[in-house]
Design a protein around this ligand. Structure first.
Ligand SMILES: *[C@@H]1O[C@H](CO)[C@@H](O)[C@H](O)[C@H]1NC(C)=O
Length: 212
């Protein structure tokens, strides 16, 4: 019994010591500022600190802004300096588009990525909507969209590194198929008129699609 009592005492001492050491604490609670935003928008999914000539800011991503109809996403700016403790929406949801492509600005989740660019001058921030899409023919691709923010948090020209060019992969396959069919039709000459007719039908269809 003595033996066990010793063990139990030792065990309790170890646990108490661990609990004592793992007590959490906060730094600088006196002047703390709490920024809150709509949880349905996933406000706070991304956060970046930055400064401009107006002071210190916290940029907060809300990638589901527009939920539930259309989760375009947005970014908020929250002033760290001063007494104001509410955030302002930057309203970026309709300001990003890529010229000369059919933009699919639906559920694109702007602010899901909010990052600081190490080489750039302050604030050097970039935000992305990874689910931005592009319509190519009757297909949708989702290469995502990004834009740098200037010191006033206005988006610069948007870009999409993986955007599909006019000759997309699909078009490439269609072109190859077209060439193959033309060669096949030419080889068949007049032997099988009905097959040739069918080929002509398909090739003219493909031609029309390629010229669209
Ligand atoms: C966008 O997301 C909503 C749900 O939030 C969904 O109901 C809707 O169908 C989506 N739109 C598209 C085009 O995917």
């Amino acid at each position: 019994m003595e033996f066990f009592r010793g063990y139990i005492f030792f065990f309790i001492a170890v646990i108490a010591d661990t609990v004592w050491r793992s007590q959490s604490f906060n730094v600088g609670t006196a002047g703390a500022k709490i920024f809150s935003g709509p949880a349905a928008e996933e406000f706070g999914y991304t956060v970046q600190q930055t400064t401009n000539h107006e002071g210190k800011w916290l940029l907060v991503g809300a990638p589901w802004s527009g939920f539930s109809r259309n989760r375009k996403g947005d970014v908020y700016k929250c002033p760290v300096s001063g007494s104001k403790n509410s955030c302002d929406k930057l309203n970026l949801q309709d300001s990003l588009s890529i010229p000369d492509v059919k933009n699919v600005n639906v559920n694109m989740s702007l602010g899901l990525t909010l990052t600081r660019m190490p080489t750039a001058t302050q604030p050097g921030l970039m935000m992305c909507g990874p689910l931005w899409g592009q319509q190519c023919g009757n297909q949708d691709f989702y290469p995502g969209i990004c834009a740098k923010l200037n010191p006033l948090f206005q988006p610069q020209a948007a870009f999409s590194p993986a955007v599909q060019s006019k000759i997309s992969v699909l078009r490439y396959f269609e072109t190859s198929l077209l060439i193959f069919l033309l060669l096949a039709a030419w080889k068949l000459e007049n032997k099988y008129k009905y097959i040739q007719k069918m080929f002509r039908g398909v090739t003219s269809l493909l031609f029309k699609r390629l010229l669209l």
